[in-house]
Design a protein around this ligand. Structure first.
Ligand SMILES: Nc1ncnc2c1ncn2[C@@H]1O[C@H](COP(=O)(O)OP(=O)(O)OP(=O)(O)O)[C@@H](O)[C@H]1O
Length: 263
């Protein structure tokens, strides 16, 4: 008779770490595709994999061959279908691995208050511009890109390369301005470009009043390491998008807080 010990593999530190890391990867993947069409495609793949397992066990030869073909090209198909999600996942891994860009380290060495003071001077023109855009009900979409991906942004944007200022942001989004349609992209402490056409989110669970501006604001944060402020032309409400999620109708105090953290 087998001893109980032999029925269970030896559980060591690395086995536990292994399980925890796999759980973390599955959780991050789930977060990335939650609420998108990709979630349904993922379920479709899972069903085919499970079916393949069952028909193999039941020795159903024809179905095993057909489903086996799908499973054989599974990994390639997953990479092709989940291109955007794989890109976001790799960006997430890269971001967390980068010490240089981690503000916590910067604050540790150079002091928190100095960092916050410098940051406030940087974000003040943006907050002031948002106040004025809200007051005049001028629609706006401002993207903060951590890394300015030339290929991604420049194909669909007008290059600006200017110092961030309240008046410049206001005039870009004026309804009579030739650049008012689309998004402004801020990166490397500059207004890099304006009038950018961004990818729209494919999320199906968004509020009905969300049109293209909000969808583009969410979409850009799904595909890139970026956050976005959306000022609604209809209501003047300010929303903030990050990692494919959106916080609606945020106050200026909240806006300052999130920008302080992310910008
Ligand atoms: N792909 C895109 N990328 C960037 N901006 C876009 C994109 N598509 C539309 N926009 C901007 O959104 C504007 C249209 O906004 P729409 O009314 O559809 O959005 P909304 O989410 O309902 O916002 P609002 O509350 O301001 O009306 C366009 O005039 C354009 O400036």
């Amino acid at each position: 008779m087998q001893s109980i010990q032999s029925l269970f593999p030896k559980i060591g530190f690395f086995s536990i770490l292994d399980v925890l890391l796999v759980a973390l990867i599955i959780y991050q993947l789930y977060n990335l595709i939650r609420g998108t069409i990709a979630a349904n495609i993922f379920i479709g793949f899972a069903v085919i994999f499970a079916l393949n397992f069952v028909v193999k066990a039941l020795d159903m030869k024809l179905l095993t061959i057909i489903l086996g073909k799908f499973v054989d090209v599974g990994i390639i198909a997953i990479i092709v279908v989940f291109q955007q999600e794989v890109r976001r996942f790799l960006l997430l891994v890269g971001k967390n691995a980068s010490l240089q860009r981690n503000k916590a380290w910067w604050q540790y060495f150079f002091g928190k208050s100095e960092v916050e003071k410098n940051n406030y001077a940087r974000i003040k023109p943006i907050i002031d511009a948002c106040k004025s855009l809200k007051q005049t009900r001028t629609g706006a979409l401002i993207v903060f890109a951590k890394y300015y991906d030339e290929q991604f942004y420049q194909n669909s944007c007008e290059v600006v390369e200017a110092k961030i200022s309240k008046r410049l942001l206001e005039s870009i989004f004026q309804k009579t301005s030739p650049l008012h349609d689309g998004a402004v992209v801020i990166s490397e402490n500059k207004i890099k470009s304006a009038s950018c056409i961004l990818p729209l989110t494919e999320k199906t669970d968004l509020p009905a009043q969300f049109g293209l501006r909000h969808r583009a604001g969410i979409g850009v944060t799904e595909a890139n390491e970026a956050t976005a402020i959306i000022v609604s032309e209809e209501t003047g409400e300010i929303s903030y998008a990050k990692q494919g999620r959106i916080k609606m109708n945020i106050s200026f105090a909240e806006l300052e807080k999130v920008l302080n953290k992310d910008f």
